[in-house]
Write a protein that binds this ligand. Structure first.
Ligand SMILES: Cc1cc2nc3c(=O)[nH]c(=O)nc-3n(C[C@H](O)[C@H](O)[C@H](O)COP(=O)(O)O)c2cc1C
Length: 189
């Protein structure tokens, strides 16, 4: 395999994952650094992959700790592993966060199905509650809009690792903030 083919395969896998709920790469670990300089990680759904611009889109609740963490430090790492392809992708870069009132958040909110909108109606993520299942009561799903945020990661480094018995392959790809490829190289796995 050459570097170009390896890179294309990685981005194709992400593009597919953004539209296929069955894809393992649809569920990525988003890693941030918190206010005490400790690493934090959580699963998020890959909502969109803009292959050409090297951008990944996620949705979240603006009341969640991760939103605050990214406001202070927009440098994040995203990690995924696709067992079918035996491919690990580690993507790093800077996020931009779009809250209610922005065109980007409004456009994404409009596309959300009702049941997804409902997930933004409850109490602030991470706060204690009395029982495992608290119903949101009569609150309308529309109430969630003010809590809905879009996170767009501009990937500047992709570390791709292909597991292959006896001949694992690993390569690093660097991108400019416009998504242009700046450099690539093979690494020892
Ligand atoms: C399969 C799965 C998918 C998830 N997708 C999202 C998501 O797209 N956005 C999100 O904010 N949280 C998502 N979560 C919940 C987060 O993993 C996390 O628990 C929550 O957002 C609170 O994170 P924080 O306290 O680090 O801010 C998902 C959880 C699971 C198990």
């Amino acid at each position: 395999m050459d570097l170009k083919t390896f890179e294309a395969a990685a981005w194709t896998a992400l593009e597919e994952a953004a539209t296929d709920p069955q894809s393992d790469l649809r569920y990525l670990a988003l890693c941030t650094v918190d206010g005490a300089q400790r690493p934090q990680a959580r699963t998020v759904v890959l909502r969109r992959c803009e292959d050409a611009g090297r951008m990944l889109t996620f949705h979240t609740d603006v009341r969640s700790p991760k939103w605050q963490e990214m406001a202070v430090n927009p440098q994040v790492t995203v990690l995924g592993y696709d067992p079918q392809r035996r491919l690990q992708l580690r993507l790093a870069g800077r996020v931009k966060c779009y809250a209610a009132g922005s065109d980007i958040a409004w456009a994404a909110w409009r596309e959300l199905p009702q049941h997804t909108r409902q997930t933004y109606v409850g109490g602030p993520p991470g706060e204690a509650r009395a029982t495992a299942n608290e119903t949101a009561g009569a609150a309308s799903a529309e109430a969630g809009e003010s809590r809905f945020g879009v996170v767009i990661l501009q990937v500047t480094v992709l570390d791709a690792y292909q597991l292959q018995r006896g001949e694992n392959e690993r390569a690093l790809f660097r991108y400019s903030v416009n998504g242009g490829l700046q450099g690539s190289e093979w690494l020892n796995p």
